[in-house]
Structures are given as C-alpha cells and as structure tokens.
Design a protein around this ligand. Structure first.
Ligand code: ATP
Ligand code: MG
Length: 406
C-alpha cells in the first residue's frame, strides 16, 4: 500500500482565545500560512475554529512541513493520511504504517474517534480491530496505553477516515499581524533583521524601511536589504519594503554640521522620516536593531538624543543582547550570511572616525538650525519606493532589475 500524507492539521498556538477576537486571529494565521506556502502552488489552506487544514494536493510533505515549522502562531501540527471509510482499507493502512515505523521494542496504541455515528464500528471496537490487525503483522510489538512511542490516531468523519501518528512542534508566538503594524528600520547589518524576527514573533506586522544613498551606496547594498527582508517573510508572509532616498540629507549634513555630530544628526533624520512614513501607513511603533553599547550611536545618551525627535514608541528587541547572542539568532533565521556580505550601507560611508558618544541636545539643535529639516524630511518621504517582498524571489520585479545592474 502506497501511503502519502494528504493533509496537515495545524493547531493554533497562544491565540487570544477570548470571544470575537479568535476568528480574527485565525483568519490572519490562515492568510499568513497561505502567503508562506504560496511557493507550493498545489497547496490549499482552509481554517475553522479549532484547526487549520493544509491540503497537499500532491505536493511533497517534507518541504511544506519545513515551511510550517517557521510560521508564528502555530503550536503544533499533524500530518494525516486520508483513506476510504472502510474497515478493510483502514486495516491495510494501519498495518502498512506500523510496519514502516516498526523497530524492536516499539510500543503503540490506537486511539479512535468517530464523528460519523453511522459507521459500522464504534471507537472501542475500532481500537480493538485495528490494534489486532497490527499484532497480526507485527507479533512482537507491545501495546501500551500510557505514553506509547506511537499513538495512532484514527478519526472517522463524514467524508473519509483520517490517520495520524506524528505531532510536530510549531514555532509558537503569535500570528504576524495580530498585534498591529510597526516600521522596522532595516539596514544591511546583523542586528536589524534579528530585531525584525523577534517583532514578528510577537505578532507585529512589520514594514521594512531602508535608507539608501546612491551613488554612495551600491545596488548590491539594496539587494542585500531585499534579500534579508525575503528571509523574514517565512515567519508570516509578505512584507512591504520601503526604500527611502537619503543622499541629499547625508550630503547636507556632511556639508553643514561638524564631523562629530554627523552620526547623531543622521540618526535623527532617519527617525523623523521613519515616523512620518509610519503615520502615513498606519503603523503604531518603530522597531530598530540598536544594542546597548555596541557602537557610538548606541550609548544611552545617544539613544536619548536620537529618540528625542518623536514620542512614538521605539521598540528595540535586541537592546540588551550580546553580539554573540544576536549572531546565534541571525544564524538560526539564516540572515547572518547575507548580513556579512561586504556592501557598505549609508551609515558606514558617512561615518565619522570619532562620533560623539554623549551628544548634547543643545548642540544638536543648533546644528540642525543650519538645515532645512522640514524640507529635507518631506522630500525624502515623497521619494519613497515601496515593493512587496514575497517568499518567492521570482515575484520580485525590483530584485531582477538590480541583478542586471550588478
Ligand atoms: P545593524 O546590524 O542592524 O545594521 P548596527 O549594529 O550596525 O545595526 P547601527 O549601524 O548603529 O548599528 O544602526 C542601528 C540601527 O539603526 C540599525 O539596527 C537599524 O535599525 C537602523 N539603521 C541603520 N542604518 C540603517 C539604514 N540604512 N536603513 C534603515 N535603518 C538603518
Ligand atoms: Mg549597521
């Protein structure tokens, strides 16, 4: 008997189980699963109150399972075989499955459930019949009711019978989008993609805001940011990528402000612009990859000076993590190797040798008075370019253009 998984049943994680929110959560999760699994065109996804169903329709089980393991909001899932509702067919299927799994000392039990009450055997009879069928082909196997190695679950429903024996742990967390939207300031570095991943985990729908300063920054740096964003889509689906033209601002700052304050001023502009974009696109918070003490811009004094341009909450998921802890996560989510590609981003190019680690707000404001802050911010915001990044690289037109330029 050639058995193939036909469906995967997905159990919800830490959903806000209360009342009417539940359906909203479930629908979000279903759409996220659909987005992530869009790379497997045969797969269909449906959801009800208790479970989400992923129908393989001939797609390979293993890669789909790998994708499911990454999606936030899934607690666990079970691959299931769908077979005809017939005792002889069930018997043959159960024997085939157990023969395949068998090794010496294996313990098992059969747990049947019958929602079709017309079916000829009730659940106790099914347990006996199917258990007996297993002993017929595997006389040395042991039945064990408490914590068996294999718990063979058999469910008789209206349309068919379902068998499953495997339970795979999901990523946990909350479905992306259920916590609202945040703007992730995404450089090409190691830290900000990790900050993005951690926000996704708690259900934040992120949009990636990336500052580019062509011709000082290369198409390679932009592609790197796109690729990092694509890596983040596997946790909850498509992500809007917002490229901000930053050249004019960096040239202005470089020309008019003292070297030691370049970094502080640059960061304040980034924060203002991100906040403006956030307001326009209905985001709630700003997220960045700052980590305390890592570099000059990341002292408490610097954070204070940079943060002073907005009252919007700024979430810093990696703020108290050591670099090595961040790198571990970057490796786990497969962004590390992209992050270390040698393309300079806008900050490294304009970075002063000795940035101020304790910038004074009074000075900052004095230097900014030399610039047309409002005009610069407005022009940058007016010039943004938005691309939807999907898990499927081919769906991404901008990327192809950049590849040609490289
Ligand atoms: P990362 O590894 O994320 O680049 P970093 O350790 O290099 O961080 P900084 O360069 O000081 O630190 O940047 C701090 C944060 O500012 C970044 O984590 C990111 O959130 C934001 N940022 C820096 N450069 C850019 C950029 N070009 N576009 C968008 N955000 C940026
Ligand atoms: Mg950086």
């Amino acid at each position: 008997m050639n058995l193939q998984y036909s469906e995967i049943m997905v159990r919800y994680g830490e959903l806000s189980t209360k009342g009417k929110n539940r359906m909203r959560f479930i629908n979000k999760l279903r759409r996220n699963i659909q987005d992530v699994l869009s790379i497997y065109p045969e797969v269909k996804v449906t959801a009800d109150r208790d479970r989400c169903h992923v129908f393989l329709n001939g797609a390979d089980y293993a890669p789909v399972a790998e994708s499911l393991k990454q999606i936030f909001g899934i607690q666990a899932f079970n691959p299931v075989y769908r077979v005809e509702k017939d005792v002889a067919v069930l018997t043959e299927a159960v024997q085939a499955i157990m023969t395949d799994l068998y090794q010496e000392g294996l313990t098992f039990k059969v747990s049947s459930k019958r929602s079709d009450h017309q079916f000829e055997l009730d659940s106790t009879q099914l347990n006996h019949t199917l258990g007996g069928a297993v002993f017929e082909v595997l006389p040395n196997i042991k039945a064990q009711m408490k914590k068996p190695d294999v718990n063979l679950k058999v469910e008789i429903r209206e349309e068919a019978a379902y068998i499953s024996h495997e339970e795979i742990r999901g990523a946990g967390g909350l479905p992306v989008g259920t916590a609202g939207k945040g703007m992730l300031m995404l450089s090409g570095g190691i830290d900000s993609p990790v900050a993005g991943y951690l926000s996704l985990k708690r259900g934040v729908d992120i949009e990636a805001v990336h500052f580019a300063s062509p011709p000082y920054t290369s198409p390679g740096a932009l592609k790197k940011a796109h690729d990092l964003t694509r890596k983040l889509t596997k946790f909850g689906g498509n992500i809007q990528f917002i490229e901000v033209p930053f050249t004019e601002i960096q040239e202005e700052i470089k020309e008019k402000a003292p070297e030691a304050y370049l970094m502080t001023l640059t960061r304040r502009f980034m924060m203002r612009i991100t906040d403006r974009i956030r307001a326009k696109r209905d985001g709630r918070v700003i997220i960045n990859g700052e980590s305390l003490g890592q570099v000059a811009s990341q002292t408490l004094e610097s954070m204070q000076a940079i943060n002073a341009v907005t009252s919007t909450p700024v979430i810093r998921p990696v703020v108290t993590m050591d670099k090595l802890e961040i790198i571990d996560l970057a490796e786990k989510i497969d962004t590390f190797s992209i992050s270390i590609q040698p393309f300079e981003d806008c900050c490294t190019i304009f970075a002063p040798d000795r940035p101020k680690t304790n910038p004074k707000i009074k000075n900052v404001e004095q230097y900014e008075a030399r610039l047309d802050v409002e005009g610069l911010v407005e022009r940058a915001v007016a010039g943004i370019m938005v691309t939807e990044i999907t898990p499927n690289e081919e769906a991404d037109v901008v990327d192809e253009l950049i590849d040609d330029l490289l």
